[in-house]
Design a protein around this ligand. Structure first.
Ligand SMILES: *Cc1c(COP(=O)(O)O)cnc(C)c1O
Length: 331
C-alpha cells in the first residue's frame, strides 16, 4: 500500500507501520460472470490482507500517525475485523490496544484479537454499543480512539483501493463497484481517490466515474433504506441482524458522505437476505477459488438482484469487493 506514500499522510523520512497490506489482486472472474449472466466481473480480493480483511489498510495508516503522535494506547469498537487489524498493527508499533466487540463476533476473529496481545472486552449488543464503551474508556485514559471516521487516517488508507483499481485496469475505471457497506469508509475513500486521480490528471478528464453501489444485509440496511427514501442522512436501524458481521452497523457516522457518493455516481443500493448472502459466498468461492467472506457474498447477491431487475446492465464492467477472508468466519 505504501508505494502510494505520496498520496498518504506520512511525514518526509517517516517509515510507516506496515505488515504488507494492500496491493491485492484484481481477479478477472469469467466463470462467475457467466454464472450471473454479465459480461465482465472482477473480484478485488481484500481477504489476502494481514489478519484477513481490508481493515488492515486503514489501520496501517492510522497506527502510523498514532505512533508519530506518541499516543499511550489505542482503542476501537468493532464488528470484528477492525479489532483484529488494530491488534496486529498495535503489536507492530509496540502500542497497547483495547478492543470492544459484540459477543456474537465470529469466534475466530475474537481469537485473532487476543492472539496479537490486545485486551478484548466483549459487549452484548452491536458495534454502536461497543462504541459507547470505547469512547468512555478513551476519554478517561486519553487513549487514541480509532473508531470509524472519528479519526481522519483510516479513510486515507482505504483510498488506496481506488488507486489500485485504476492502476490495475491500466488507468481506466470500471462501470460499477459493488461495495459491502458497514461504516462505508472504503466507499467514501474510493470516491475521494477517483476525484484525486482526476485532479492529478492520472485518469483522463473525460472518464466517467464508476457507479458506486452499496450492498447491505436485509437485516441491517440503513443506507439502502435512506437511499431509496431520498434522505440525506440514514435513520439508525433497530435490532440489526446478519451473519455478515462487518455489515452489522446500524448507524454509520459517515452516512451523509456515503449517500452523497452513491447519488453523485448515479449508483444504487440494495440489500440481500441471509440465504442469498450465503449462496453468494459459495458462488464466488466455487467459481473463482477466492475464499469469500459473507460480506463478499453479499456484494454478489446484490449484483444478482440488480442485474435481474435491470438496474445494472449485463454489459457493465463490474468490480465486486471481497472485503475479508471466508476462513475468519469458520469455526
Ligand atoms: C468492516 C467490514 C466491512 C464494512 O466496511 P466499511 O468500510 O466499514 O463499510 C465489510 N466487510 C468486511 C469483511 C469488514 O470487515
Amino acid at each position: 500500500m505504501w508505494r502510494y506514500a505520496a498520496w498518504m499522510p506520512l511525514l518526509p523520512d517517516e517509515a510507516p507501520v506496515t505488515l504488507g497490506e494492500g496491493a491485492t489482486p484484481l481477479l478477472r472472474a469469467d466463470a462467475l460472470a457467466r454464472a450471473i449472466g454479465v459480461r465482465t466481473v472482477w473480484i478485488k480480493e481484500e481477504g489476502l490482507n494481514p489478519t484477513g480483511s481490508f481493515k488492515a489498510r486503514g489501520m496501517s495508516a492510522a497506527v502510523t500517525r498514532a505512533r508519530a503522535l506518541n499516543v499511550p494506547g489505542m482503542v476501537v469498537p468493532t464488528a470484528g475485523n477492525a479489532g483484529a487489524a488494530l491488534a496486529a498493527y498495535g503489536a507492530a508499533a509496540g502500542i497497547p490496544v483495547r478492543v470492544y466487540a459484540p459477543t456474537e463476533t465470529p469466534p475466530a476473529i475474537l481469537t485473532t484479537i487476543r492472539v496479537f496481545g490486545a485486551e478484548l472486552i466483549t459487549v452484548s449488543g452491536h458495534i454502536g454499543d461497543a462504541g459507547r464503551a470505547a469512547r468512555e474508556f478513551a476519554a478517561q485514559q486519553r487513549w487514541f480512539d480509532v473508531s470509524t471516521l472519528r479519526e481522519p487516517y483510516r479513510i486515507e488508507g482505504k483510498t488506496t483501493m481506488g488507486l489500485e483499481i485504476a492502476e490495475q485496469l491500466g488507468w481506466r475505471l470500471p462501470g460499477a463497484i459493488i461495495y459491502p457497506t458497514g461504516g462505508g469508509t472504503g466507499l467514501i475513500g474510493m470516491w475521494k481517490a477517483f476525484h484525486e486521480l482526476l485532479a492529478a490528471g492520472w485518469i483522463d478528464s473525460e472518464t466517467t466515474l464508476p457507479r458506486m453501489i452499496s450492498a447491505q444485509a436485509a437485516g441491517c440496511a440503513p443506507i439502502v433504506r435512506a437511499f431509496h427514501a431520498g434522505e440525506e442522512r440514514a435513520t439508525p436501524w433497530s435490532d440489526p441482524k446478519t451473519h455478515a458481521s462487518g455489515l452489522r452497523v446500524p448507524a454509520a457516522l459517515g452516512d451523509r458522505l456515503i449517500l452523497r457518493a452513491l447519488r453523485e455516481s448515479h449508483g444504487d443500493a440494495e440489500a440481500a437476505e441471509e440465504d442469498e448472502i450465503r449462496a453468494g459466498a459459495v458462488d464466488i468461492t466455487r467459481h473463482t477459488g477466492v475464499d469469500a467472506s459473507p460480506e463478499g457474498g453479499c456484494a454478489l447477491a446484490v449484483c444478482r438482484r440488480l442485474v435481474a431487475s435491470g438496474r445494472l446492465s449485463r454489459d457493465a464492467e463490474i468490480v465486486l469487493f471481497n472485503t475479508g477472508a471466508g476462513a475468519s468466519y469458520r469455526t
